[in-house]
Write a protein that binds this ligand. Structure first.
Ligand SMILES: [Fe+2]
Ligand SMILES: [Fe+2]
Length: 274
């Protein structure tokens, strides 16, 4: 049964012509953002492609692009248009400033995930982990669990770092008891015959036995269908959660001399040529 309203989905992207001009990648991203809690995984796949490509077919597409698939969503306009001029950041930018002004490409998805976790009355550290789990996607898509974890490690608890770091790998490994199934969308993104590489298999085996296994697992549970059309979530709804789970450096993110300050400065000025 298909719950997705394809016409509404296409309209939300600017119409059929706009959709036709989008890359398969951009369409998959848009769909992931569009999916509502009520959409079945089968419908998601049906709306994305008729038949998921194989790993070899996806590889053959690589030389047809002028960017690599791992590039951050905020660094390239995959629809072929130009990138936008960025608004200035405050002198001592906070996490909320970055979410509002720099990391928007995945902020909406993260806010929706956090909202879902909060509705389900999950522990607040899980709500916070959901709130930040994909924010590094603005800068880098490849290895995004590790990039996101690294960005946040100096400012959050060990458990939040663990949840964020390993959520990306757990996405490839279903856990029915926890309510998480393999995302149909991944068949079109990674290939119908994709098998995670040995280092990810090993990471999964290790995390599976860890006492904090459920932390990244709960991030994946709130991850897939976290966009409810018509529901607008503001970062202001999470001011209290951020206050309790994020140690905001008084100098501003990027200026506190932490080992990851340069990542925040890169997010602040992604137009810098060096
Ligand atoms: Fe993710
Ligand atoms: Fe996500």
């Amino acid at each position: 049964m298909i719950h997705i309203d394809r016409r509404a989905f296409i309209a939300s992207l600017g119409g059929a012509t706009a959709v036709a001009a989008m890359s398969a990648e951009a369409r998959a991203d848009a769909l992931e953002n569009y999916l509502s809690v009520s959409i079945s995984t089968a419908a998601a796949a049906a709306a994305t492609v008729q038949r998921a490509p194989t790993v070899a077919e996806l590889e053959a597409q690589i030389p047809t692009r002028n960017y690599r698939r791992g590039v951050g969503n905020g660094l390239v306009n995959k629809d072929g248009g130009n990138v936008a001029l960025l608004p200035p950041l405050p002198e001592k930018p906070t996490l909320a400033d970055f979410i509002r002004l720099r990391l928007q490409s995945n902020a909406e998805h993260c806010l929706q995930s956090a909202r879902l976790a909060r509705i389900k009355n999950m522990d607040e550290d899980i709500v916070f982990a959901c709130l930040v789990h994909d924010l590094s996607l603005s800068l880098m898509r490849a290895e995004h669990g590790f990039w996101s974890a690294q960005m946040f490690e100096p400012y959050v608890s060990e458990k939040v770092t663990f949840a964020v770091r390993h959520h990306a790998t757990l996405r490839f490994f279903p856990d029915k008891d926890a309510g998480y199934e393999y995302p149909e969308l991944y068949r079109s993104m990674f290939g119908s015959d994709y098998v995670p590489p040995p280092h990810q298999q090993a990471e999964y085996q290790w995390v599976r036995k860890h006492r904090w296994y459920m932390a990244p697992r709960l991030v994946t549970v709130n991850d897939l269908y976290s966009f409810e059309p018509g529901v607008k979530v503001s970062v202001d709804d999470f001011t209290d959660v951020i206050g309790r789970h994020f140690r905001q450096p008084k100098e501003g993110l990027g200026f506190d001399g932490s080992p990851v300050a340069h990542i925040w400065r890169t997010a602040a000025w992604p137009d810098s040529p060096l």
